[in-house]
Design a protein around this ligand. Structure first.
Ligand code: NAP
Ligand code: MG
Length: 508
C-alpha cells in the first residue's frame, strides 16, 4: 500500500461539511502497532451534537430525501458502494493504522463487505414491502387498509473500535436505505474512517443526511443516547455500556438496537474432522487478536480426543505470525491500546490464579520495528471450568479457554451457561447431529464446521445479554422503519355505520 497520509487534524463532519468543534479541542489517534500519534481529531461537545442533530432533522424533514422512491434510493446506495471502492485505498490505510486490524483482512474482506452491503441494500430496498394492503374485513364494515413502513427519523449510531468502518456501515446502510438520517459517534480510538465515510457518502446524499461527531462516550455518546430530538439509537459495544445507553434512551422511549458482547461457545463433537476443526476453531478466536464480538472463546472438547486436540491447537497457534498490521505477512496485529493489553494480561493472570493450565502464549511481545506497540501472543488455557472468570467474562483478546466435556448434553448445558448469546459453533461430520445441537444453542448465529461467516443477506445480532434487534440483510430494514396502519372507510352511509351505535344509541 503506497498511500501516505500526513499527520493532520480531522474536523467533525456536520451537514455535508468538515466543521471545527465548538471546543476548539482535539484528541490524538494513536497507531496501536507503534504507540505513535498519527492523526488528530476535533473533540465534539454537546453543542456540536445539537448542531449535528439539527442538521439531521432538517435533512429528514426534506421530502425529497424521506419520500425518495425505492428505485432512486437503490441508485444512491449503489453509488455509495462505488464511492467506497473508489476510496478503498485510503479507507483501508486509515483503518489498518488506527484499529490495528491487518491489511490482509481489511483490504480483502472488510472493504469488499462494505461495498457489497450497499449493493445488497439496493436490491432489498426495491423488494421491501414499504406498503402492504390488508384484506377487506367483513366486520364492522368494508374498508381499505394499508400497512406502511416509514423511516424512524434521526438515528444516532454509537460504534466500537474493533471493526469501525464495517460496523458503521451496518448502521448507515439500512438507515439510508429507508430514508432516515444519521449522526454517528465513532469510538475515540478509531474515528477516522467513519469521518472519511461521511465525506464520501455526502457526495451522493443531501447535506445533513450523514453527520459524524467524534468525542468521548461519556459526553457525546450519552448526550446522543438521551437527546430529545433523536428518534433511534443503534449501539455496538460492550454489554455494560449498552445497558447504560438503553437506560438513557428509555427516558424518551427511543427505538433501540443493541449489538453487545459475547463469550461464544464452540463445540467439537467426537467425530469432527480435526484437520479443519483445529485451524477453524483458532480462526474463530484469534482473528483480529480476538477482538471480535463473535469470537469463539470457549472451546468444548470431548474426553476421548482432548489430548490430541490440545496438542494440535498449540502446534497451529505457533504458526501465527505477529507483526505490523500494514505488512502483508502479518497474521495477527496488535490489540487496540495499552489499556486493553493490560486488561487482557490481567485476565491471563486470573486464569492462572484460578487453576487453569496455560499451554500456549500468555505474554506480551515486542515486535521488531513496533517496539511501542501492544502485542500479545496467541494464548490457550486448558483445564478451564465454565465457572472461571476467563470462561464467563469477555476478554476481547487472543485468549482461548478449552473446556473438557463427557456428554454432548453436558457440552450444550455448559455452552448455554453464560449471560451472552451472540454466536456459537459445532464441528461434526454428521449434519443431523449438528442441527440437533444447533436447535438447543441459545445464540443469534450458529456456524456448523466454520466460524465468522457473517453475510450481508443474513441477520446478525444476539440472544440474551448480547443484544436486541438484528443488523444486516433485509431484516435490518425492519430495525430502521416503523409501521403505520392507514384505514380508509368505504361506508359512505351513516345508517350503515352500525359501530357508531356504540356511542349513539338514539338515531334521528
Ligand atoms: P464500549 O466501551 O462499549 O464503547 C463502544 C462505544 O460506546 C464507543 O464509541 C464509546 O466511546 C461509546 N461509549 C462509551 N461509554 C459510553 C457511554 N457511557 N455512553 C454512550 N456511549 C459510550 O466498547 P468498546 O470497548 O469500544 O468495544 C468492545 C466491546 O464491543 C466488546 O464488548 C465487544 O464484544 C463489543 N462489540 C460488539 C459487537 C457486536 O456486533 N455485537 C461488535 C463489536 C464489538 P469512546 O470510544 O469515546 O469510549
Ligand atoms: Mg470502552
Amino acid at each position: 500500500m503506497t498511500t501516505n497520509v500526513e499527520l493532520k487534524t480531522f474536523p467533525l463532519f456536520i451537514n455535508g461539511q468538515w466543521t471545527a468543534a465548538s471546543s476548539g479541542e482535539t484528541f490524538d489517534v494513536v497507531s496501536p502497532a507503534t504507540g505513535e500519534v498519527f492523526a488528530k481529531v476535533s473533540k465534539g461537545t454537546r453543542s456540536d451534537v445539537d448542531q449535528a442533530v439539527q442538521a439531521a432533522r432538517a435533512a429528514f424533514n426534506n421530502d425529497s430525501w424521506r419520500e425518495m422512491k425505492p428505485k432512486e434510493r437503490a441508485q444512491v446506495l449503489n453509488n455509495i458502494s462505488y464511492q467506497i471502492v473508489a476510496h478503498a485505498e485510503e479507507l483501508v490505510y486509515l483503518e489498518v493504522m488506527s484499529s490495528g486490524g491487518t491489511l490482509r483482512r481489511i483490504s480483502s474482506n472488510d472493504i469488499l463487505q462494505m461495498a457489497d452491503l450497499f449493493q445488497q441494500m439496493a436490491k432489498f430496498v426495491v423488494e421491501y414491502p414499504f406498503s402492504e394492503t390488508l384484506p377487506v374485513p367483513p366486520f364492522p364494515g368494508p374498508s381499505h387498509n394499508f400497512v406502511w413502513r416509514e423511516p424512524i427519523g434521526v438515528c444516532a449510531a454509537i460504534t466500537p473500535w474493533n471493526m469501525p468502518m464495517l460496523i458503521a456501515c451496518w448502521k448507515i446502510a439500512p438507515a439510508l436505505a429507508t430514508g432516515n438520517t444519521i449522526v454517528l459517534k465513532p469510538a475515540s480510538y478509531t474515528p477516522l474512517t467513519t469521518l472519511k465515510l461521511a465525506e464520501i457518502i455526502s457526495a451522493v446524499v443531501p447535506p445533513g443526511v450523514i453527520n459524524v461527531v467524534p468525542g468521548s462516550g461519556k459526553e457525546v455518546g450519552e448526550y446522543l443516547a438521551s437527546h430529545p430530538d433523536v428518534d433511534k439509537v443503534a449501539f455496538t459495544g460492550s454489554t455494560e455500556v449498552g445497558r447504560r445507553i438503553m437506560g438513557l434512551a428509555a427516558e424518551t422511549i427511543k427505538n433501540t438496537t443493541l449489538e453487545l458482547g459475547g463469550k461464544s461457545p464452540n463445540i467439537l463433537l467426537e467425530d469432527a474432522d480435526l484437520d479443519i476443526a483445529i485451524p477453524g476453531s483458532l480462526f474463530g478466536v484469534f482473528l483480529h487478536s480476538g477482538q471480535l464480538c463473535e469470537s469463539g472463546t470457549r472451546l468444548f472438547v470431548p474426553d476421548g480426543i482432548y489430548d490430541e486436540v490440545v496438542e494440535r491447537l498449540v502446534a497451529w497457534s505457533k504458526k501465527v505470525k505477529l507483526g505490523h498490521p500494514l505488512s502483508p505477512e502479518t497474521d495477527m496485529g496488535p490489540v487496540i491500546s495499552k489499556q486493553q493489553r493490560d486488561t487482557i494480561l490481567s485476565y491471563i493472570e486470573a486464569g492462572k490464579q484460578e487453576g487453569a493450565t496455560l499451554v500456549c502464549g500468555g505474554n506480551e511481545v515486542t515486535v521488531p520495528g513496533c517496539e511501542g506497540g501492544y502485542f500479545i501472543e496467541p494464548t490457550i488455557f486448558t483445564n478451564v471450568t465454565n465457572d472461571m472468570k476467563i470462561a464467563q467474562e469477555e476478554i476481547f483478546g487472543p485468549v482461548l479457554s478449552v473446556i473438557r466435556y463427557s456428554s454432548v448434553e453436558e457440552a450444550i448445558q455448559l455452552a448455554n451457561d453464560t449471560i451472552f448469546g451472540l454466536a456459537a459453533g459445532v464441528w461434526t461430520r454428521d449434519v443431523n447431529k449438528a442441527y440437533e445441537v444447533t436447535r438447543k444453542l441459545r445464540a443469534g448465529v450458529v456456524w456448523i464446521n466454520d466460524w465468522h461467516m457473517l453475510r450481508n443477506d443474513a441477520p446478525f445480532g444476539g440472544y440474551k445479554q448480547s443484544g436486541i434487534g438484528r443488523e444486516m440483510g433485509k431484516y435490518s430494514l425492519d430495525a430502521y422503519t416503523q409501521l403505520k396502519h392507514v384505514h380508509t372507510s368505504m361506508v359512505p352511509q351513516l345508517e350503515r355505520r352500525s359501530w357508531y351505535q356504540l356511542l349513539f344509541s338514539q338515531s334521528e
